[in-house]
Design a protein around this ligand. Sequence first.
Ligand code: NAD
Length: 292
Amino acid sequence: MTGILDGKKTARDIRAQLRERVHRCLGAGKRSPFLAVILVGNDPASRLYVGHKEKACREVGIASETYEFPEKTDEEQILKLVRKLNQDDTVDGILVQLPLPAHICRTRVISAIEACKDVDGLTPVNQGMLAMGLPSLRPCTPVGILELLRKYSIRLDGQLAAVIGRSHLVGSPLCRLLSLHNATVINIHRRSPSPESLCRQADIVIAAAGQRHLVTESWVREGAVVVDVGIHRTSDGHLTGDVDFSLVSKKTAWITPVPGGVGPMTIASLLSNCLMAFGERAEKDETQSPLK
Ligand code: NAD
């Protein structure tokens, strides 16, 4: 029998803990943490994700505001807002919803965010800190996955992990985090030879390729742990992942469902990063206060 790595329940528990922390801060006379979200264009999936993030913020007591721009907005306008939010002491976190329209340079916009407000962990500074194994704001999906594995006591130390995909958002930071937890990591990408047989060797398989049902039962060894990051909407409106759940789950010890696996954990990590950014800024303010 395979076990389900229930991201929905785990994320709910995390949100309850975060809500308590926010309430304690408010009780101590502090303001609410504040997240600024920038949304450019009309991508329906992006709109949906931003809606989920706003709802989750409300639930734990994080204030948020979404700054919406039409598709044709020029890059300088977005950069101007990022600089303004960087300067604003009441803003703790800045999130630019991806993807951006093709005429806007994602790297330039993301790099403009102050590292201490980069709650998606995507700026070169935070990606570099992670590469060096230093504490920083880390990308939400990889952090959420590690937290989910931790909650279910899945051992990483000494295990062989295969990660499919090497984006800055998911695959690459995930490889680094797994390695920091003493897993041996195989990073599979489009040019990897025999991805199927590489995956079959692994104790833990994490699929973040963005290819619907890429991973089938022949990719996974008996008793493996499988984490599915992919999100795809089927023609009948259902969500499915990079893993063919119905076939693969017959062989696994543990597997994440889609939906209800990695998605809710990503949002829980975003909230947690917001509180981390809020806490560090509040601490800095206190130590820099002339009254101290
Ligand atoms: P991306 O397109 O930026 O990166 C995909 C990576 O997979 C690339 O490195 C690419 O080389 C690799 N790849 C593609 N096809 C491959 C193949 N056939 N074999 C091996 N490698 C292959 O995507 P991303 O932003 O990293 O997201 C990946 C998937 O995860 C998408 O489906 C996305 O929607 C989903 N996602 C889910 C969450 C969540 O919270 N559940 C969060 C972020 C992304």
